[in-house]
Design a protein around this ligand. Structure first.
Ligand code: ATP
Length: 906
């Protein structure tokens, strides 16, 4: 079929066979790989046209829309009018270079985010060559058979071939927020989009159930493509701290313009500077005081951090959460797969006549079932056979060998463990191969799965799931002589025993139903359910997660385990992992009965929450936040999305998480591992510290220059720097040294201090003091040096060159002070940040250039220096380093005391 024919066909009217035949595919085996490749070539890739971005040139121009550039351009005009053409040219060049730096840094930050976004590309499950595979949604093509599961995003427009309680939320397309129930039967008449219940449309989300469908349209030919609505979110490129700095930059600019005006009036009326020189100095002051490079540098630090996190498997979806991560005070984590390895093995089986041991570890179906060390064969034990049949049939996973000949499962690990068990017992294939007629898929709200299969005379509904749920449902139990009276307390004891050892317990049950029954619903699972028995599954804790939990404790972060598993299992695992300290294990149903006040107390005091459903997660997040906690919450299922959205940092599982949760999350864990969250928190703290160190470092450059100029006007001395020289100083420092702190490794105590309070002001009282102190020290020292050198009879041009060097070199020394805000500079390993030495090298080359290259001498009004002249800048640099270290030591030890210092000096 060509594109036009495909487009015109009303697929919803045809029956399944016609659709499959017209689209030339196979409803069971799917397309062959070659055919799929051919079709991708023919129809193109399955993607929506990209959102139009403003052109590079426009984005470049936007960097001129900045208060600093306006100040610079005014300065260029004034210098032009005064006839200082070299200055005019230099200022214009600086304005352009500054815009270039901004543009370059912004593109780098964008690239970093983009590459991360690519890591999050949408996936689809399709059948090709009779195999279920996962591919990039872009590779889905016409005729592919797509499998849909709760939490997935529909990857293309599909005509549904089969559905099992399938519900799809189509609000992006229809505006209707209620999920629409889907069926595979053909429809009559010209049905509206919202009524085409046998179609699934791209970008809509599966809210419940499962289904399979054949692709009828891809890319821009899909219904979403037609209305050309881009679904990918626009990422935020700013964060609270960045916004605060930008605002701060603006306020400071206005403040500076006012000060500059006042200084001009002072100089004009009270000092006898020639007007032209005064004007030039005022321009210099304005240029000096504005921290133009700061916002761009901060965003590059964030981008580098985000890239680092991605390397460590934590993919951050929006920048502000990097900052929030650093202040997280509670991490609420799922258990299965995040705290535990998710490598599940059935170790015990329990039926009414006793317990059995299953040998073998992992997914290799090698092992045997024994009782009292005697191997048991299923033919001799009908009860056990029924139990394992239930686990085998009521199961979506399959067992296979990978290309390295290792056994692996496809599907959910709990089900993988059960299918491995059934293979050990002699079953083959998967549950899907049996004559199943209808299925209720597993849902963590209901905590069980059920499937109906044909039996000899009637039909059987097999149910497997959380054993307590099944106990509530059942009213009989399977005994060696058939179904008999139900001894519930016996089973409750057995469940507690297994769960108390930290095992995950799964129950099995069945119900006989009429031969004619076609569909099953939750309501069918009441009267007549016969309990079969239990499987105890081990899922060992991750060692690295245990370490991460103890790291959290040191860092003042509380870890809470919120699991769907049984209370005893949760308690045992919680204790093994060091989570549960004194608190109780609270169950979902207890939470349900609590009012908000009681819930807040319970959320604070306890650390293990069992048998919870996703709605409890949401209530817990709310309660913790009401207690003032900054809360990170993990999730994987479709119903977890609201809790993740509500959490300060929603964390989705990259492997087992659904597309919907990934979309709701701020961060996605590529490896589903708890310790990755803690790594990300650590990185968050490092980044935040480095952002603040950078602010602490950069502002004194501006401060010192402004101080120098203002003081020389006030004292009526010569202007120690010309505007172009000031521009040079700002430029070289922001190009080189300012970036070095982005690479500063984490401080030794960063994970030993409590989380940073949110809404901390950008500049703490200590920061303001430090910035002023350093500005006055470097500015005052330079001014003193300047006068001293002039008094020694050194030429004015040479003195100006020495002044220029002094500020830059003093800042280089000051960089070492800023490596740690409160601790001694020697606390950080001197060579752990190689970037410092690279930028220092670059800085020397640039400074040598401005001092010794004749053309630069001409442009910047500098003079070559003799070796002797260099001693002054170095002395002042060294003095800066020593004095600031002393200041830190005094404040740390004498003013605040060591303990308090790390809290206050930040
Ligand atoms: P966590 O919330 O820590 O990730 P979980 O995986 O135990 O834990 P759920 O997936 O909500 O949470 O599972 C809840 C319970 O449902 C499990 O304890 C188990 O008894 C049962 N269960 C889990 N998976 C299945 C399944 N595929 N089929 C039937 N029952 C299941």
């Amino acid at each position: 079929m060509n594109k036009k024919q495909l487009h015109q066909q009303e697929w919803y009217r045809l029956n399944k066979e016609e659709v499959v035949q017209q689209i030339a595919t196979d409803a069971n085996a799917g397309l062959s790989n070659e055919e799929a490749k051919k079709r991708i070539k023919q129809y193109g890739r399955n993607k929506l046209p990209e959102k139009k971005k403003s052109s590079k040139f426009i984005r470049f121009l936007k960097h001129f829309h900045d208060i600093l550039i306006y100040v610079l351009l005014c300065a260029a005009i004034v210098t032009g009018i005064l006839g200082h053409y070299t200055d005019t040219i230099v200022i214009v060049v600086v304005a352009v270079v500054n815009a270039c730096i901004g543009y370059f840094q912004e593109s780098k930050a964008e690239d970093a985010l983009k590459s991360i976004q690519n890591m999050l590309s949408l996936k689809a499950h399709v059948i090709r060559d009779n195999k279920r595979i996962e591919i990039d949604a872009e590779e889905v093509t016409i005729g592919d058979i797509v499998l849909l599961n709760a939490g997935d995003k529909v990857p293309a427009d599909l005509r549904l071939l089969s559905t099992d309680s399938l519900k799809i939320e189509e609000s992006v397309l229809t505006g209707e927020s209620e999920a629409s129930e889907k069926k595979a039967d053909p429809l009559e008449g010209a049905t509206e989009l919202g009524d085409r219940i046998n179609m699934a449309f791209t970008s809509t989300t599966i809210s419940a159930g499962t289904g399979r469908g054949v692709v009828t349209a891809i890319g821009k030919d899909t219904e979403i493509g037609k209305i050309n609505q881009m679904m990918t979110e626009v990422e935020q490129l700013t964060t609270p701290l960045l916004q605060q700095t930008a605002k701060f930059g603006k306020t400071i600019s206005i403040f500076i313009i006012v000060i500059a005006g006042a200084t001009y009036l002072f100089g004009h009326f009270l000092r006898d500077y020639p007007d032209e020189e005064l004007l030039m100095s005022i321009i210099g002051l304005a240029v000096a005081a504005i921290p133009e490079g700061l916002p761009a540098i901060l965003s590059i630090i964030l981008a580098i951090g985000v890239r680092n996190m991605a390397k460590h498997n934590a993919i951050v979806r929006n920048l502000p959460s990097v900052e929030t991560l650093g202040s997280v005070s509670v991490i609420c984590s799922d258990k299965t797969g995040t705290l535990t390895k998710n490598e599940m093995t059935v170790q015990q089986l329990a039926v009414r006549d006793g317990s059995y041991h299953v040998s073998g570890i992992g997914y290799a179906p090698e092992g045997s079932i024994t009782r009292d060390a005697q191997e048991v064969h299923l033919d001799e034990n009908q009860q056990l056979k029924q139990l394992i049949s239930c686990f085998h049939i009521c199961n979506e996973a399959s067992l296979d060998k990978d290309k390295d000949d290792h056994w692996m499962i496809k599907g959910d690990p709990t089900e993988g463990a059960l299918i491995t068990l059934s293979h050990k017992a002699g079953f083959s294939g998967s549950g899907r191969d049996s004559n199943r007629k209808a299925t209720i898929p597993f849902d963590s709200d209901y905590k069980y799965m059920a499937t109906m299969v044909e039996a000899e005379e009637d039909q059987l509904i097999y149910i497997k799931g959380a054993p307590d749920r099944l106990l509530d449902m059942a009213n009989r139990e399977e005994r060696p002589d058939g179904a008999g009276d139900f001894d519930k307390p016996y089973w409750e004891n057995r469940i507690s025993e297994l769960a108390g050892e930290g095992q995950r317990v799964i129950g099995a049950a069945y119900k006989r139903v009429d031969k004619n029954k076609q569909e099953i619903s939750h309501d069918d699972l009441g009267e007549g359910v016969v309990f079969l028995g239990l499987a105890g599954i081990i899922d060992p804790p991750r060692e690295e997660a245990i370490e991460a939990i103890s790291l959290c404790k040191e860092a003042g972060i509380t870890v809470k385990m919120i699991t769907g598993d049984h209370a005893d299992t949760a308690r045992a695992i919680g204790a093994q992992m060091g989570i549960d300290e004194g608190g109780q294990t609270i169950q979902g149903k207890e939470l349900q009965e609590m009012d908000d006040e009681a819930l807040r107390k319970a959320a604070e005091a306890n650390h293990v929450f069992a048998r919870t459903s996703p709605e409890h997660k949401l209530r817990l997040v709310n309660a913790l936040q009401a207690n003032g906690s900054i809360c990170a919450m993990t999730g994987d299922g479709v119903n977890d999305a609201p809790a993740l959205k509500q959490a300060n940092v929603g964390i989705a599982m990259g492997i087992k998480g659904t597309e919907v949760t990934k979309e709701a999350a701020e961060m996605v864990l590529a490896d589903d591992n708890f310790s990755t969250i803690v790594e990300a928190v650590k990185e968050g703290r490092r980044i935040y510290d480095n952002l603040k160190k950078t602010i602490l470092f950069i502002l004194p450059t501006n401060g010192a220059e402004s101080f120098l100029i203002m003081a020389s006007i006030l004292f009526g001395t010569i202007m120690p720097l010309t505007p172009v020289q000031i521009l040079w100083v700002n430029m070289v420092t922001s190009l080189t040294v300012s970036l070095a702190l982005a690479f500063e490794p984490i401080e030794a105590d960063a994970m030993q201090r409590p989380p940073r309070p949110t809404h901390e002001p950008l500049l703490s009282r200590y920061f303001i003091w430090r910035i002023l102190f350093v500005s006055v020290f470097i500015g005052g020292g330079t001014l003193w040096l300047c006068t001293h050198l002039l008094n020694m009879g050194i030429a004015e041009e040479t003195v100006k060159t020495i002044t220029l060097q002094t500020i830059v070199i003093a800042q280089l020394f000051h960089l070492f002070n800023c490596r740690s805000v409160s601790h001694s500079a020697f606390n950080q390993d001197f060579f752990s940040n190689r970037a410092i030495y690279v930028v220092a090298g670059l800085l020397f080359v640039l400074q040598a250039g401005v001092t010794y290259l004749p053309f630069m001498n001409r442009v910047f009004g500098t003079e070559p220096l003799s070796l002797q002249h260099w001693q002054w800048p170095f002395y002042l640099g060294l003095a800066t380093f020593v004095v600031i270290e002393l200041e830190k030591a005094i404040v740390r030890n004498l003013v605040y005391g060591k303990k308090q210092a790390t809290m206050v000096m930040r």
